[in-house]
Design a protein around this ligand. Structure first.
Ligand SMILES: Nc1ncnc2c1ncn2[C@@H]1O[C@H](COP(=O)(O)OP(=O)(O)OP(=O)(O)O)[C@@H](O)[C@H]1O
Ligand SMILES: [Mg+2]
Length: 509
């Protein structure tokens, strides 16, 4: 339909010219030019808060620029809403999920496509199953979204966008929640679609992936486009473009107190929990975490990790077993009691544990409001001062009064980290702590976790990122279908064997 395609001219499928977007006095995009050609992957890189999501939200009609132009097939278009974008052949998988949680996968995928006609659910489920098969994206059409792990939800988002037959697909950190095998599967799907002429804008903080899939890479720094380079450009150069200086990289040290075993800080015995449809999600889990130890939990998402973190933080009820912290039995206790007993938590779903419409200051204080009550009222100046201290200590790029909803992913994670670590927990339960974070923020979070370990905190680290587990953990357990199928010292771990265990093939001795 586009003139460009008919005449065979090389007009970009989508082109942005001079896009500027301000939020108050912050310039999130400053006269940005960007384009993507037919069958091309153009990656967009930049630190947390650089303006990547903002730029792509403009293309998809979720927000409007203060200046600049969008061209599709060489012609200027007005994109006022996602509806306009979809009509122009643009699809987007947003960084934060837009799925309707009480609905099934099939309902979500067909949602918005039926134009008010009654959903014929059996047909929808069949169509989703077919698309899932054709695109190589594994989902269960009948599953309710609220019961899926974040990784599974991400697969549904991708399927939903692809099922709309778009010509340009914007993926805002699609792999942040995927394990290596799933990333490979996604890339295989994308390559097939690229051959058929699909164009992709790919946002990721994982430079290895960016190099593997991209034809070109553009880098934003604080709202300004600093350059576009070949997809094969080496990682150090890309990182340097992003941050404006070379990166250092953290080094793991051997555990200081690796002497005789002490009393575990956290001791879990025969723990069970029910999951979706009453099926067991955790089966007879037993493990200890020593003070000053990081125990890594490896596994493909959906194998009990979410339930384990939920039970340890009191958000989910165990069906049996015991959880002991410093000699105190806590299985089934409330989140408040677990917190008081010394368990701190960095949850997988950041947005669910913060109140986006409240200020940074309130979100930092919310787990300890009693400390800020003065004669029945909240001591606002004290809450502010507390926030200012934590903002400085954790280098959060925000002001106390900023609404959390306006912060970038990396800064939201820093708020959570600051809130938990400022309480000095005995036991830290951490899920996917660096998911979606840029190189610098990742390094920062990892060094904070290592500092906690050095200070004697027992850390349970749940991560789908094997490199992260191998870099940080002292010991690893592997979860598969709610059971521990392997346990090893991180130093002895062989990635290939770990991959096999994670896939449910074979048990370690
Ligand atoms: N609705 C909003 N109101 C105010 N400020 C906003 C809003 N949306 C984004 N910002 C700010 O604009 C800047 C760019 O944010 P954006 O989300 O585009 O960054 P990003 O590059 O996608 O970061 P990340 O890698 O963390 O996802 C940030 O400073 C952010 O706080
Ligand atoms: Mg973003």
């Amino acid at each position: 339909m586009t003139a460009g395609a008919v005449s065979g001219s090389a007009a970009p499928v989508v082109e942005l010219r001079g896009i500027t977007k301000r939020f108050g006095d912050l310039v999130a995009n400053d006269r940005v030019d960007f384009d993507v050609g037919r069958g091309e992957v153009h990656a967009l890189l930049g630190e947390n808060g650089a303006g990547k999501t903002t730029l792509m939200r403009i293309v998809y009609g979720l927000t409007h620029p203060d200046a600049g132009q969008i061209l599709v097939g060489g012609r200027p278009v007005a994109i006022r809403s996602p509806k306009d974008a979809i009509a122009a052949g643009i699809g987007m998988v947003t960084q934060h999920f837009s799925l309707v949680r009480p609905m099934t996968v099939a309902e979500n995928v067909v949602l918005g496509r039926t134009g008010g006609i009654r959903l014929e659910m059996a047909a929808a489920a069949a169509r989703v199953a077919e698309a899932s098969e054709r695109l190589g994206i594994r989902v269960d059409p009948g599953a309710v979204v609220a019961e899926l792990s974040v990784g599974e939800q991400q697969r549904v988002e991708i399927l939903k966008a692809l099922a709309r037959d778009c010509r340009v697909l914007i993926l805002d950190e699609p792999t942040a929640v995927l394990v290596p095998q799933e990333v490979e599967a996604l890339f295989a799907t994308l390559r097939r679609l690229l051959d058929e002429g699909l164009s992709v804008v790919f946002i990721s903080h994982k430079l290895g992936e960016v190099r593997a899939i991209s034809d070109r890479v553009s880098v934003l720094r604080r709202g300004v486009m600093v350059g576009t380079v070949e997809g094969s450009t080496d990682e150090r150069e890309l990182a340097r473009m992003m941050v404006g200086r070379p990166m250092l990289g953290i080094r793991r040290t051997e555990r200081a107190g690796a002497g005789p075993p002490s009393t575990p800080a956290l001791s879990v015995r025969d723990l069970g929990a029910a999951g979706v449809h009453g099926l067991p999600a955790l089966v007879d889990l037993s493990f200890d975490v020593q003070p000053g130890e990081i125990l890594g939990v490896a596994g493909v998402s959906g194998n009990g990790q979410t339930e384990l973190v939920g039970v340890l933080s009191g958000m989910r009820h165990p069906s049996g077993g015991s959880i002991v912290v410093d000699g105190v039995e806590l299985a089934g206790a409330s989140p408040r009691r677990l917190m008081a007993a010394g368990i701190g938590r960095i949850p997988e779903d950041r947005h669910a544990s913060l109140i986006p419409d409240l200020s940074v200051a309130y979100n930092l204080a919310i787990e300890r409001l009693d400390d800020f009550r003065r004669g029945g009222l909240l001591d606002e100046p004290a809450i502010r001062e507390h926030a200012e201290q934590l903002i400085a200590r954790f280098a959060i790029r925000a002001r106390p009064d900023d609404r959390v909803a306006t912060l970038s992913g990396g800064n939201i994670q820093k708020v959570l980290l600051a809130r938990v670590l400022s309480r000095d927990p005995r036991v830290l339960v951490v899920a996917q702590p660096t998911r979606g974070l840029d190189v610098g923020a990742t390094e920062y979070v990892r060094s904070e976790l290592l500092a906690r370990r050095a200070a004697g905190t027992a850390v349970l680290l749940v991560s789908e990122d094997l490199d992260e587990l191998l870099a940080l953990a002292d010991r690893l357990i592997v979860l598969y279908e709610g059971r521990i199928v392997g346990e090893m010292r991180a130093g002895d771990a062989d990635p290939e064997q770990l991959g096999m265990l994670m896939a449910g093939r074979g048990r370690a001795a």
